[in-house]
Design a protein around this ligand. Structure first.
Ligand code: PRX
Length: 650
């Protein structure tokens, strides 16, 4: 984040009180902070009581084996039962769980009773494939109801799902299947994106050819395109549709693993973040109910995330369903068939709570207010933001143009690792400042430390840490205990290091300042510089690569790569395009560099470390900072000259 933005943030003194009626009727009232402060564990006990337990826990938290936490020790529950069956048993079977809107305009309305039948059938199908407790299932699917059903079916039988975003490449899928040793892959023939059918199955075929752990591939027919078919492939409609709708959910231990979700770290190898059942579901449900002020009987809730990311897990699947919410899910992109598609959907279903990402908001701003203005958005009452810092301009636009100056905006800070929202306003309590996530939720401990682990205090910035274990916290990195300790728990002894910079303003509100490590945030998605560098150097023309995240008006950060060619390789026409396509093939289109510059040298310190700071200056067209620690001080001149003589491309 630039110094200029930082100092703007320091002077942000607009605040917006919650609307009076919303405040009066809000699920969360001011005393919630006091309650949690008086008795933190007692507070979480109360929240766990939102769920239906088969066996009650005997101990709230066991932190004796820190950093491995156990929450609700001895408790047993079935997560899928909590998300579906219990609502039907409570007489809510005819309540709509999902209004599904396909990109081509096809729709489905799925009640809780129908969802229950679908999940039971899918659970029976998993059992018929010999998938059960502790087995890993990779899910590589578009945003269609079967994706949610597949996740819940895994939860129901105690299998651990690993959802891989449908935009990731065959190689990214392969490495994730391999790391988790998944036994089953659930996918679709294709997905509808920007008006055309994009195949998914070929990437699965490629991945599965190299992953012997996979026994079967279950395929939903979504687009109806040609697919090649092998011994392991089974059509979803042939296997699942004919299954029985009777299935008794088994109660599992509160610490039964629920899912693995891979996220980028500072190395080339993504981390499999492990989440378990009782604590995760407790905090997902608690935060969804209170941060969005959900009134399950009236609200229509829409989170635009993809289930391939943690937001889709916690705020489409587990939190909202545990609370019996009615939701919209949309398969496609916001500009198909026109740039008003989101606003049309809000009007059509009468959406009351809308949760999206700053990058989307900035894109809508760029398109112009004439698109939302064509639709009635008056049903909206709470707006949410997630994934990256939201700049005050985008916040104000969201408030005025989408929220009609009448909706609180909850800027929710959290991570794949935290499992659920940690820092956020409460919509009926907090007076919000545009761009601030405000304060830790009740029951959550957060601090901002300097290098020496001193709390910095109001008016100062430093590193964001979480000071107390929380129910939805990650329970480790799949298969890598050492990396778990090292990444999160070694920087400040015994405290969770989030990897984000943050500051307290003079009034004690928290401002998130972006990552402090080599992780970029592109459109709210985490990609490590090393991952992109490894992809680049795996191309035969590239000898060395350095990647930085440069500020980008729409996507937050954009990927800028500096590459050195191997001798004999030509910096000819088309090389940059080839490299960008290569990165898309290795990781996925979201990791395509915005810009690739061919340079003769990279700036390195005497110990050989690339000085990204200097490259970031170049990428952001700034005059260069202090270069005195460079091994070869002339390198930056060479780079600048090369760029000036037209050696940069794209
Ligand atoms: O840098 C923070 C940023 O996104 C990172 C977590 O990314 P991921 O695990 O992919 O989860 C994204 C969805 C929860 C954080 O370390 N981040 C997330 N939300 C915010 C944010 N930065 C600022 N403000 C937020 N509200």
């Amino acid at each position: 984040m630039s110094d200029e933005t930082l100092s703007n943030l320091l002077h942000e003194n607009r605040t917006f009180e919650p609307p009076a009626t919303l405040a009066k009727n809000a699920n969360a009232q001011p005393d919630m902070y006091e309650d949690a402060k008086k008795d933190r564990l007692g507070f979480w006990d109360k929240q766990a009581d939102r769920l239906t337990w088969d066996t009650r826990w005997t101990q709230t938290l066991d932190w004796s084996k820190a950093p491995f936490a156990k929450w609700f020790v001895g408790g047993k529950l079935n997560v899928a039962y909590n998300c579906v069956d219990r609502h039907v048993e409570n007489g809510l079977g005819s309540r709509v769980a999902f209004h599904f809107e396909g990109e081509p305009g096809d729709t489905q309305t799925i009640t809780y009773a129908q969802l229950q039948d679908r999940v039971k059938k899918a659970a029976n199908a998993l059992i018929s494939l010999n998938v059960g407790k502790g087995d890993r299932v990779a899910i590589y699917m578009p945003m269609i109801p079967e994706a949610v059903v597949a996740m819940l079916a895994c939860a129901r039988v105690g299998a651990i799902h690993s959802v891989v975003f449908g935009g990731f490449s065959a190689e990214a899928l392969r490495s994730r299947i391999d790391d988790a040793q998944a036994k089953l892959v659930i996918t679709a023939d294709g997905q509808n994106r920007r008006g055309s059918a994009m195949p998914l199955k070929p990437a699965v075929d490629e991945a599965v050819a190299q992953t012997p752990s996979v026994e079967k591939v279950l395929v939903v027919k979504r687009t109806g395109g040609e697919v090649s078919w092998g011994d392991k492939d089974v059509w979803w409609h042939e296997l699942v549709d004919g299954q029985s709708t009777s299935h008794k959910p088994e109660a599992f231990d509160a610490e039964q693993p629920l899912f693995i979700l891979y996220t980028s770290g500072t190395t080339g190898q993504p981390k499999g973040i492990l989440h378990t059942s009782g604590g995760y579901l407790t905090q997902a449900a608690f935060t969804h109910f209170n941060v969005f002020d959900l009134k399950p009987e009236n609200d229509i809730y829409w989170c635009t995330a993809d289930i391939g990311w943690v937001t889709g897990h916690s705020y489409i699947v587990y939190g909202p369903l545990a609370n019996g919410a009615t939701q919209v899910i949309y398969e496609g992109t916001p500009d198909t068939p026109h740039k008003g598609r989101f606003w049309e959907i809000i009007e059509k279903y009468g959406v009351t709570i809308f949760y999206t990402a700053p990058t989307a908001i900035r894109t809508f701003m760029k398109w112009g207010k004439e698109f939302p203005d064509k639709h009635n958005l008056k049903t909206l009452r709470v707006l949410g933001s997630v994934g990256e810092p939201i700049n005050p301009e985008a916040w104000m636009w969201y408030r005025e143009v989408i929220g009609g100056n009448n909706c609180p905006i909850v800027d929710t800070w959290w991570q794949t690792e935290t499992g659920a929202i940690m820092i956020s306003p409460l919509p009926g309590v907090t007076a919000c400042k545009p761009g601030s996530a405000m304060r830790p939720l009740p029951g959550i401990g957060a601090e901002i430390f300097d290098e020496e682990a001193n709390a910095v205090g109001n008016g100062h910035g430093g590193y964001l840490v979480l000071t107390e274990p929380w129910p939805a916290m990650l329970r480790g990195i799949w298969g890598d205990e050492e990396r778990f300790r090292e990444t999160y728990w070694s920087r400040f002894a015994g405290k969770y290091f989030a990897g984000d910079g943050a500051k307290w303003d003079e009034d004690g509100a928290i401002w998130l300042l972006g990552r402090v490590d080599d992780v970029m945030n592109i459109s709210g998605h985490r990609i490590s510089t090393t991952e992109v560098e490894s992809a680049l150097v795996s191309h035969p023309a590239i000898a060395e690569a350095a990647v930085v995240g440069a500020s980008d008006e729409t996507t937050g950060q954009g990927i800028v790569a500096f590459v050195i060619l191997r001798s004999g390789s030509e910096d000819g026409e088309g090389l940059v395009k080839q490299l960008r396509d290569h990165v898309a093939k290795e990781i996925g289109p979201i990791a395509k560099p915005r810009q690739i510059m061919v340079v003769p040298e990279l700036p390195k310190t005497r110990s050989g470390k690339i000085m990204r700071r200097l490259l970031r200056d170049v990428a952001e067209n700034r005059s260069m900072g202090d270069a005195t620690t460079l091994a070869d001080p002339t390198v930056m001149n060479l780079i600048s000259q090369g760029l000036a003589s037209g050696k940069s491309e794209d």
